[in-house]
Design a protein around this ligand. Structure first.
Ligand code: NAD
Length: 454
């Protein structure tokens, strides 16, 4: 029986390291330990919890290069971007703690007869199950709101990037009381066992398929869930769009992190009148990208995170070409886990590549003749994470954006909101959400305490 989890570099195929697999039979006892620790952790104030964790920011900053190096080695993103992610988490750590504390302040409501205070209480033990594409950020955004709300947490990071997650977890644990944060190492089997255990909230970031399994398992015992799932983000390019900036955005957002971003642009709808100009501009930009060693600072795209991910992307591309898509750029055979940035035109919604999440460096371009048609195509998906609309007439572009059925949409920019906004998916891209006042509060139990008004 396998007793350790190997982490393999998707570029060099060398072993990055290994960790002991958490035996499935131990998971209920681990959750039991977290539950025992919950009593002490919930008895201290939010301010004290913050004081406990704040010094971790400086440690994370000190270790950012090492964490970034591990992340890049485990999942293949360019080292510069991986270190950038680690620095982003360290630099934003204290502000994140403070914004969570502010969200958890009790507030009042009153009418002629009653005065009520809404308090935020811990839920108990939270399971945080995370993916590999932003292995540090995804952990941080699941773990901090759960801990500050007074819950203890059991993490189960992705089997693709266990070492960086383990190091992040170890740094936080330098500052936390025993068993307030416990890590489980493993793959879907350990994730499944954690979901089946006696946890009170499951915070999951990952694919729609796994999210549906978790929702079903959690539903059977009415455990709470926050599910941040996959996307199939549309980009709508209107006839008056600035073609250079629309193409800059399309290329950046289709190819960044080899397309392995939940809010990657996966479908592009362009007004037929500007389609040729837009296609050439995207191809020009794709041709400038350099595939290569993630550790080389001149590399723009590393390998896919795994052979499995590469074969999924290739299946989508080959399927589209077989069904009549036009290849404008890319798709040349690559060694190892690389997929060349690829630009396809003439795609349609009968193709898998326009329906299922590809999670690869592919720009898929389809033409439209009217705004109604563009809106209807963009909304024709079970996913609803992010979207973007480009057009020079901002009020017309905003009007189109308002008709899109996604949780987040950007006008002439990406979909992420200003500081303090939630990160939220609509339709099958999310159940519950995180960040912002409304997101932070989902990691706590609301309690309404009412008195007669004198
Ligand atoms: P995944 O669903 O395969 O795995 C995610 C995590 O779930 C891993 O830790 C895995 O071991 C675990 N897991 C697998 N099966 C499980 C089960 N039956 N029960 C419990 N846990 C289980 O996803 P992935 O390939 O790691 O990540 C990519 C996906 O994550 C993409 O769909 C992407 O869009 C999504 N994602 C979404 C967001 C967001 O904010 N909405 C952010 C990042 C990634």
């Amino acid at each position: 029986m396998t007793t350790s989890l190997l982490s393999v570099n998707p570029f060099s195929h060398a072993t990055v390291g290994s960790l002991p697999l958490t035996p499935l039979s131990e998971i209920p006892a681990i959750v039991g330990r977290a539950r025992l620790a919950a009593g002490g952790w919930k008895s201290i104030s939010v301010t004290e919890r913050i004081a406990c964790l704040k010094p971790a920011a400086a440690r994370l900053k000190m270790e950012a290069a090492r964490l970034g190096g591990l992340s890049s080695a485990e999942m293949g993103k360019p080292l510069v971007e991986a270190i950038g992610e680690a620095n982003y988490c360290a630099d934003g750590f204290v502000a994140e703690l403070e914004s969570i504390a502010a969200a958890l302040q009790p507030f009042m409501r009153e009418d002629e007869r009653t005065i009520s205070t809404i308090h935020f209480e811990p839920l108990g033990v939270v399971a945080a199950i995370t993916p590999w594409n932003f292995p540090i950020l995804m952990l941080q955004q699941s773990v901090l709101p759960a801990l500050i709300a007074g819950n203890t947490v059991v993490t189960k990071p992705s089997e693709v990037s266990p070492l960086v997650a383990h190091e992040y977890y170890a740094i936080l644990n330098e500052f936390l009381p025993k068993d307030v944060l416990i890590n489980v190492t493993g793959d879907g089997a350990q994730g499944k066992a954690l979901v089946a255990s006696n946890v009170d909230l499951i915070v999951f970031t990952g694919s729609r398929t796994t999210g549906a399994h978790i929702a079903a398992a959690a539903g059977a015992r009415l455990a709470r869930v926050i599910l941040e799932l996959g996307g199939k983000d549309p980009l709508v390019v209107l006839d008056d769009a600035d073609i250079a900036s629309a193409a800059d955005f399309a290329a950046r957002n289709s190819f960044r992190n080899a397309g392995q971003v939940c809010v990657s642009t996966e479908r592009i709808y362009v007004d037929r009148k500007v389609a040729r100009a837009f296609e050439s501009a995207v191809v020009e930009r794709a041709a400038l990208l350099k595939l290569g060693d993630p550790a080389d600072p001149t590399t723009s795209i590393g390998p896919m995170s795994s052979a499995r991910q590469k074969s999924l992307v290739e299946r989508h591309i080959q399927g589209a070409l077989k069904d009549g898509a036009r290849l404008l750029f890319g798709n040349r055979t690559q060694e190892g886990n690389f997929v060349e940035p690829t630009v396809l035109a003439g795609v349609n919604h009968s193709m898998e590549i326009m329906r299922e999440e590809t999670f690869g460096p592919v720009a898929c371009i389809m033409e439209f003749d009217s705004i109604d048609q563009a809106v209807s195509l963009a909304n024709d998906s079970p996913f609803g994470l992010g979207a973007a609309v480009f057009g020079a007439d901002e009020s017309r572009a905003t009007n189109v954006a308002e008709r899109l059925s996604t949780g987040m949409v950007g006008v002439n920019r990406g979909c992420g909101g200003a500081e303090g906004c939630p990160w939220v998916g609509a339709k099958q891209s999310g159940v519950g959400f995180h960040s912002g006042v409304e997101g932070h509060r989902q990691f706590a139990q609301f309690r309404v305490l009412s008195k007669k008004k004198s």
